[in-house]
Design a protein around this ligand. Structure first.
Ligand code: GDP
Length: 468
C-alpha cells in the first residue's frame, strides 16, 4: 500500500468509515491457519500485548517509545462478526485460566495505534493514528481455492487418489466404490455420502492431515445441512445422465464454488495486506511422516492463494490487489526447550522454501518463525541417567498438576524430517509429546505485563512494524 491505494480503499469503504479521518492508514492483517493451529490465542495475546506494550521489545515502534496509545475501536465492516476479544482474554486470564473457544468462522477486530512520528519530522508533526484491522479466518477456507480451478470430476479423482490408502478413509472409500453415480438421485443416499465423507474429514484433521476439502464441511457455520454442503467425491463418470446422483453432486459442487468459495475470496481475502499463516508444525511432526508430507503440500497450496498471477480466476476475483508480506509461524513453541527452537525454525524455513519452490512463487516477502502466543511452560534442566536433559514444565489441563516433559529431539538437519517422506521416514517427537496438554499459566497482574509469549513481538515487527 501506497497512500493512493489506501485512498482508493477509503473511498470504496466510505460508507463504512464512520468518523475516521480521511488519511488515517489502515493495515489489514489476515490471521489464518488450520483449525487448532492457534489463531484465537494469537490474536488475543497480540492485542493484549499491544494494549499493554509491556512485552513487545522487538516491535520497533514500542522499543522506540513511539506508541502513545493502543485501543479498540468499532471495526469498519458492519456485517462481519466481531472477534470476541474480551471473552477470549477473560478465559485466558481468569483465576483458573483456560484456553479460549477456537475460531469457527471469519471475524474481525480493529485495534488503533496512536503513534508519535519517527524520523526527521517526528518532532514537528503531531501524533498520527494507524488502524490495524485483524481478520481471523479458518485456513480450511483457503484450501478451497484449489477447487476453483478444478471441475467436480477432477477434484473427485484427486481426493480419491490421495485418500485411497489412508486407513481412516476405509469406510468412505468402500462406500464410494460401491456407489454407482449413474443412478437416479435419492436424497438419503447423497446425505449418507456427505456425512460419511465429512466424518472422514474430521478424522483426518484429528490425525494431523491438512488436505481436507471442502473446508466448510469441517466448519459449516450456518450452511450446515444445506445442499451446497451435501456432496462428496465420487468415482468419475463419463456420461452420467441428467437427474443422476453424479450430476446432482456435480451441480452442488459448482454451487459451492460459486456461492461459498468465490464470495469469500472476492469480499474478504482480496482486501488483506499482510498475512500470518499459523501452523501446528509440532502436532504434524508428532503425528508422523505422512502428516508432515501432507503439511508441506498444503503449505504450497496456501502459498498458491497468494500468487494470483498464475491463476486467472483468482486474479479477477482479487481485482489486482495482493498481499505484500506473509509469515509462516510454527505455534506452541513453548512445548520445546529454547535450545530446540532453532531446529523448529529451520524446519519451518525449509517448509516455506519448499512451498515457494513448488508454488513457483514470486510476489510477497515471506518469512518463517517459531513462536508461542501464550507461553504455558517454564524451562528446567534435569539430571537423567547421568545426562542433563532440557525439559519444559507446566500445569496439566486435566489434573491441574505441575508436570515436566521431554518431548524428544528434533533433527538439526530439517531434511532428515522432510526429505524422506516416503519409506523409512523417521518418526520424531514420539516420546512424551502426546501428554503435553498444558493449561495457560496464571498471569502476572502487574500493569504493563501482557500475556507471556515467545517471539510474538518479532512476528508483529515483521508483519506490520514497517507501517508504524
Ligand atoms: P484456532 O482453532 O486456530 O483458533 O486455535 P486456538 O487459538 O483456539 O488454539 C488451539 C489450541 O492450541 C489451544 O486451545 C491450546 O491448547 C493450544 N495453543 C494455542 N496457542 C498456544 C501456545 O502459545 N502455547 C501452548 N502451549 N498451547 C497453545
Amino acid at each position: 500500500g501506497t497512500i493512493a491505494d489506501n485512498l482508493t480503499r477509503r473511498v470504496e469503504n466510505a460508507g463504512a468509515a464512520v468518523s475516521e479521518t480521511f488519511f488515517e492508514p489502515v493495515v489489514r492483517l489476515g490471521v489464518t491457519g488450520l483449525s487448532r493451529a492457534g489463531k484465537t490465542v494469537f490474536i488475543t495475546s497480540l492485542v493484549a500485548n499491544l494494549i499493554d506494550r509491556g512485552r513487545m521489545a522487538q516491535l520497533a515502534a514500542v522499543s522506540q517509545g513511539r506508541v502513545l496509545a493502543a485501543f479498540l475501536q468499532p471495526q469498519p465492516d458492519d456485517t462481519l462478526p466481531r472477534f470476541d476479544y474480551e471473552t477470549h482474554l477473560a478465559a485466558m486470564t481468569g483465576s483458573d485460566p483456560q484456553w479460549p473457544e477456537s475460531t469457527r468462522a471469519i471475524s474481525e477486530l480493529r485495534l488503533s495505534l496512536r503513534l508519535r512520528s519517527g524520523g526527521l519530522l517526528g518532532g514537528i508533526s503531531g501524533p498520527r493514528t494507524v488502524h490495524l484491522d485483524i481478520v481471523d479466518y479458518p485456513g480450511e477456507w483457503l484450501l478451497d481455492l484449489s477447487l476453483l480451478s478444478r471441475s467436480y470430476s477432477e477434484w473427485s479423482q484427486q481426493m480419491l487418489d490421495r485418500i485411497a490408502d489412508r486407513p481412516l478413509a476405509r469406510d468412505f472409500m468402500s462406500l464410494a466404490r460401491e456407489t454407482d453415480g449413474n443412478t437416479k438421485l435419492e436424497e438419503p443416499q447423497a446425505q449418507a455420502l456427505a456425512q460419511n465423507y465429512t466424518a472422514y474429514l474430521h478424522a483426518a484433521r484429528e490425525a494431523g492431515f491438512s488436505d481436507c476439502t471442502p473446508g466448510r464441511f469441517l466448519l459449516p457455520g450456518d450452511l450446515a445441512g444445506s445442499p451446497v454442503l451435501t456432496f462428496a467425491p465420487l468415482l468419475p463418470q463419463d456420461k452420467a445422465a441428467r437427474g443422476t446422483l453424479w450430476r446432482e453432486m456435480e451441480r452442488r459442487y459448482d454451487a459451492y464454488k460459486r456461492q461459498v468459495v468465490r464470495p469469500f475470496f472476492r469480499d474478504h481475502f482480496s482486501r488483506i495486506d499482510r498475512q500470518v499463516v499459523l501452523v501446528d508444525a509440532l502436532g504434524a511432526i508428532h503425528a508422523g511422516p505422512k502428516a508432515v508430507e501432507d503439511l508441506r503440500r498444503t503449505m504450497a497450496e496456501v502459498l498458491g492463494a497468494f500468487r494470483p498471477g498464475r491463476n486467472s480466476m483468482l486474479t479477477s476475483l482479487l481485482g489486482g490487489k495482493r498481499v505484500d508480506k506473509i509469515l509462516f509461524a510454527a505455534t506452541k513453541a513453548d512445548h520445546l526447550h529454547h535450545t530446540q527452537h532453532p531446529q523448529l525454525t529451520a524446519i519451518m524455513e525449509a517448509l516455506t522454501r519448499d512451498a515457494r519452490d513448488r508454488a513457483d512463487f514470486a510476489g510477497a516477502e515471506t518469512a518463517a518463525m517459531s513462536l508461542a502466543a501464550l507461553r504455558a511452560t517454564v524451562e528446567e534442566t534435569r539430571e537423567h541417567s547421568g545426562k542433563a536433559l532440557n525439559v519444559v514444565r507446566g500445569r496439566l489441563l486435566e489434573t491441574g498438576k505441575q508436570a515436566a516433559f521431554y518431548p524428544g529431539e528434533l533433527p538439526s538437519d530439517p531434511n532428515r524430517l522432510l526429505a524422506p517422506a516416503r519409506e523409512g521416514a523417521e518418526q520424531w517427537l514420539d516420546a512424551e509429546y502426546s501428554f503435553m496438554k498444558f493449561a495457560p499459566a496464571p498471569l502476572s497482574t502487574r500493569p504493563g505485563d501482557g500475556p507471556p509469549h515467545i517471539r510474538l513481538d518479532r512476528a508483529a515487527q515483521f508483519l506490520f512494524g514497517d507501517r508504524l
